[in-house]
Design a protein around this ligand. Structure first.
Ligand SMILES: [Zn+2]
Length: 393
């Protein structure tokens, strides 16, 4: 048996007035997912334990079968793994967003999706001018970068910047032991960024400047058992996002780069599907992650979210279904990792819909794939129970 998971990040939502009181999943034309829900099993699953924040990291670790209460140490160490970055003793990995803060308000936690090349140039300058803080910056993809810094900052309480969108930042600054050190670093970085040629060029082009760094998600390296040890299956991860690549690497998956994979609406969907199907030639389990619905949710743009979901259905799920129809032993699971309601511009922990289709899966009762029309009969309180159900012989 071959197993394919198609994950639309943050795809679930709440009803939205401008969509006729429908959710983006309900409003979007998704003939492939609807057909698969009709011909397969569907239901709802709680992907995030109540005591943890509904991050993509926690949710996706769970969907891959690992209880985050036991294995999760923070977002940044997972991304460090994806970059092949070792966290030395005495240090922690931090996520370092490049953000736009104006008049103390978080205007854009992505600095208008700053390019990787611009981010790299900015961080190179910060590295040369701020090394006396003992911090080191590592460029990632777009606004998603990393820093290594003192492990005495482990107990700091930090807020993800996507939870601060359009808000006054002061109540969300790091709290606890070492917060003053972070504040000094951030202030020093702000002066350097303000004068940087990259920002002058962005402003000339009418783009938002990168005004600040935002540190969060710190932790030491987690110790996840291999997926193959857990399930006897080898796997691959197809994603544009360092976080998912890192989870893949930590559990022993192959995690190839896909040319043109951007983590946004303009991603190379065909390349991701092709890469996923190529991985299936040598592996049993493939996880294809599409980031765009989540980004649209964070932007509060239900129109873009509908567009992202329609692209997910027609350009990812549809070719995967076409492949499965030519094979005898393929199972497909489709689901979001968590809701990202456009109204909130951030994640929630509500139950999300899932569907399972393919070999050995009988037709259920659902008429369509969305938050309300999936069958109520199948309900899982943890995502690892759902995975076990999906993998059952
Ligand atoms: Zn997510």
């Amino acid at each position: 048996m071959k197993y394919i998971v198609c994950l639309g990040d943050g795809m679930a939502d709440w009803p939205i007035k401008s969509l006729g009181d429908r959710t983006p999943l309900q409003a979007a034309k998704t003939p492939t997912m609807d057909l698969m829900a009709q011909q397969g099993q569907s239901g709802r699953v709680l992907t995030v334990p109540s005591h943890l924040k509904p991050g993509s990291d926690v949710a996706n670790i769970g969907i891959l079968g690992y209880d985050p209460s036991l294995y999760y140490t923070g977002r940044a160490p997972i991304e460090a793994a994806s970059m092949g970055l070792r966290i030395p003793d005495g240090q922690l990995a931090f996520r370092c967003n490049l953000v736009t803060i104006q008049e103390d308000v978080m205007v854009d936690f992505t600095a208008e999706h700053v390019s990787s090349a611009e981010g790299e140039a900015l961080l190179a300058t910060l590295n040369s001018e701020l090394s006396f803080f003992g911090v080191q910056f590592f460029p990632g993809v777009s606004y998603r970068n990393l820093a290594l810094w003192d492990d005495r900052l482990a107990a700091l309480s930090c807020t993800p910047p996507h939870d601060v969108t359009d808000k006054e930042i002061r109540p969300y600054l790091p709290q606890g032991k070492g917060a003053d050190r972070v504040a000094k670093l951030v202030a020093a970085a702000r002066l350097i960024l303000a004068a940087h040629p990259v920002n002058r060029a962005r402003t000339d082009k009418g783009l938002l400047p990168v005004t600040d760094i935002w540190l969060w998600g710190q932790g030491k390296m987690p110790n996840l058992p291999l997926f193959e040890t857990q399930h006897g299956l080898t796997g691959g991860m197809v994603t544009a996002v360092d976080l998912l690549k890192g989870i893949g690497q930590l559990i022993g998956f192959e995690t190839p780069d896909v040319e043109g994979a951007t983590g946004f609406l303009d991603t190379n969907y065909a390349g991701k599907v092709e890469t996923g199907l190529r991985l299936l030639e040598s592996h049993d389990f493939v996880f294809i992650h599409i980031e765009a619905p989540d980004e649209a949710g964070h932007m509060g743009r239900e129109d873009l979210k509908v567009e992202a979901i329609e692209a997910f259905d027609s350009q990812v799920v549809s070719p995967i279904l076409a492949y499965a129809k030519q094979q005898s032993d393929v199972r497909i699971m489709v689901l979001p990792d968590h809701p990202t309601p456009c109204a909130l511009k951030t994640h929630t922990s509500d139950r999300v819909p899932f569907l399972i289709y393919g070999a050995g899966i009988s037709a259920g009762l659902a008429t369509a794939f969305n938050e309300t029309e999936v069958s109520a009969a199948l309900s899982f309180d943890t995502p690892w129970e759902l995975l076990a159900y999906f993998l059952k012989k």
